[in-house]
Design a protein around this ligand. Structure first.
Ligand code: ADP
Ligand code: ZN
Length: 195
């Protein structure tokens, strides 16, 4: 699926929490490393779950990564001979990531991004829509709904406090399908009447 005539492309892995985005990013980056390609991995520094200098999945898979404050750090830290750039939790990064990954892909770099496509309220998350639209390859992963067992596309926040970003608290969320997901305020008017 990802074999190409010319090098350089943008791949986005998206889905809710626990859908295996980090696992999939680590799998792709690890394969490239085994094939002796030069890989650099990054993640936003505000995500400090498990380890600071690694991308870690909920299933404990690991990939060495640099924690960055923003896209400018990635731009500064990139080596000229890097062939694969992997970024986890892309939804937390700034808009500068968009022209950066476009330029990298145009220059022949394989860019692999993973991130939440929706926030806890089911809204498109940050720069993810813009990245998804620009990507050649998109994979939307699903977790298992903790209520009904269907394919889960959303992250349910189980606690009331906090803004859009509530990091390092996997236990504060669970995977839910569309039907079992309750928005931030249950009293908000529904777009489509029930029943
Ligand atoms: P993401 O990066 O999308 O949050 P991870 O790759 O970190 O996902 O973690 C995926 C792992 O989460 C699964 O392999 C599984 O071990 C675990 N997990 C926990 N809750 C669920 C769930 N409801 N459905 C599927 N996997 C789950
Ligand atoms: Zn459900």
């Amino acid at each position: 699926m990802f074999i190409e005539q010319r090098r350089g492309s943008l791949e986005v892995i998206c889905g809710p929490m626990f859908s295996g985005k980090s696992e999939e990013l680590i799998r792709r980056a690890t394969r490239a490393l085994i094939a002796k390609q030069r890989v650099q991995a990054f993640k936003p520094a505000l995500d400090d779950r498990y380890e600071v200098a690694a991308i870690a999945s909920h299933s404990k898979a690991r990939l060495e990564a640099v924690a960055v404050q923003g896209s400018a750090d990635i731009r500064r830290l990139l080596a000229p001979d890097t062939e694969v750039v992997a970024v986890d939790e892309a939804q937390f990064l700034d808009e500068g990531l968009i022209p950066l990954v476009e330029a990298l892909a145009n220059q022949g770099v394989r860019v692999i991004l993973a991130g939440l496509d929706q926030d806890f309220a089911g809204r498109p998350f940050g720069i993810m829509p813009a990245l998804l639209a620009r990507a050649e390859f998109v994979q939307k992963l699903h977790a298992i709904c903790m209520v009904c067992g269907a394919a889960a596309s959303r992250s349910q926040r189980l606690v009331r406090s906090g803004g859009t970003v509530l990091v390092g608290a996997a236990e504060a969320y669970e995977a839910r399908c569309r039907h079992c997901h309750a928005g931030p305020s249950e009293d908000a008017p529904r777009m489509v009447p029930e029943g």
